[in-house]
Design a protein around this ligand. Sequence first.
Ligand SMILES: [Zn+2]
Length: 130
Amino acid sequence: MNPARYAREIPHRYRLEAAKCKKCGAVFFPHRLICLKCGHRQFETIKISEHGKLETFTVIHTPASDFKDQSPFALGICKFPEGVRITAQIVDIDLEKVRIGMKLQVEFRRIQTDGHAGILSYGYKFVPVI
Ligand SMILES: [Zn+2]
């Protein structure tokens, strides 16, 4: 991943920060400059809950080249109490045990390594709540 983009995404990538519209209360993740619902431009920063519910998922058998060493893996969309949906890899579970509706927790893990001497990218992944 491009280092500048990586740095720019740190607030939402590391702290799970979303933007809540000060006028209508709509929540966006990642942040937006203009509210999609009412056009307002002022937001407050809120933290997204660590636990969400799996709404849907798929199993990736033929990933992009950067993720070849992790194949096959599950990619899920989780809905959080604040109303936002986040897409991430589901880890620490056998693929055949992944179920829609299961409770998942956000954890920060290494996402990829940019070559032998390159930067390590970290981001969120979902793990089952036990
Ligand atoms: Zn709004």
